[in-house]
Design a protein around this ligand. Structure first.
Ligand code: ZN
Length: 282
């Protein structure tokens, strides 16, 4: 039996792996953990920061490469692309596309995820919190499918031909806290930069996961360089105008020294606070 630490991320787009869990992923990979990642789409509806990098027709292929560059940089050993189409931001025409991930049938997605879970047998899984950080339809969809699949994977009666039942030990929601955005805004304002992007912060704070509700904090100072290098892989998404590229690397490092995780399953004991996603696991 493989007794390595195994971590499986369930995400929607190339680049979802960076901001909230990237330092942690790099840290565990460097310490010898095995890490695999589900990416439901290839981010076909994303930005094209520079027309020299991609066209709307080949953006999915370009972003697949960007994801693989990021995975290699962080130490993710395998990315499972599910091949659905990026559904775009809420309320856009991309939502209606028949192949859009938001329109996928859970009856089709669940067994595919179950197969991955039963084959890899992770002790710890990661996915978005219920609002997906900012309400992106694909983030919300992968959140729902992750819960369905983890439950189904543990049920020996569910499609036994997909592998032996596997019960994970913990599911976490990596958080990009609102406090991070306020701090980023303040640092940018101090430099006289445009901070109009942050006008929607209150809305985000109202709908999003509460900043104070976390159960594990990981110090990622030592892996920030890898996280930052992985971020650079996603060139189509993070052009020179992107808000995460306005400050020098050293200042961004100061804002991102810790990563925060809420324990989604099992139900956390009051006051629980770990410094390791695998704390106490055999
Ligand atoms: Zn995303």
């Amino acid at each position: 039996m493989n007794d390595a630490k195994r971590l499986l991320g369930f995400y929607a787009h190339p680049d979802d792996e960076i901001l909230s869990p990237g330092g942690t992923v790099a840290k565990y990979a460097q310490a010898g953990a095995q890490i695999e990642w589900v990416c439901a789409t290839r981010g076909e509806a994303g930005e094209i920061a520079d027309p020299a990098l991609a066209t709307p027709e080949n953006l999915g292929q370009v972003r697949e490469k960007e994801m693989l560059c990021s995975a290699q940089t962080l130490g993710i050993r395998r990315v499972h692309f599910l091949g659905y189409r990026d559904s775009g931001m809420a309320g856009t025409a991309d939502n209606q596309h028949p192949q859009a991930y938001v329109n996928s049938d859970p009856e089709e997605v669940t067994p595919r995820l179950v197969k991955i879970i039963r084959c890899f047998r992770p002790q710890v899984a990661l996915t978005f919190e219920p609002w997906g950080g900012y309400g992106h339809p694909d983030h919300i969809t992968i959140h729902k499918h992750t819960h369905l699949a983890l439950q189904a994977a543990a049920d020996p009666g569910y499609h036994p031909e997909l592998g032996e039942a596997w019960q994970i030990s913990r599911l976490f929601y990596p958080l990009l806290r609102h406090a991070f955005f306020y701090a980023l805004r303040d640092k940018m304002a101090a430099r006289g930069l445009d901070v109009s992007f942050f006008d929607q912060l209150e809305e985000r704070r109202k709908n999003g996961w509460p900043d104070g509700k976390y159960h594990c904090v990981i110090d990622v100072r030592d892996s920030f360089d890898r996280k930052w290098a992985a971020f650079q892989c996603h060139a189509t998404q993070f052009g020179p105008d992107n808000i995460f590229r306005q400050l020098p690397k050293a200042e961004m490092a100061e804002l991102l020294t810790r990563e925060y995780f809420a324990l989604a399953w099992p139900e956390p004991e009051p006051g629980l606070l770990w410094e390791d996603l695998f704390a106490g696991l055999k």
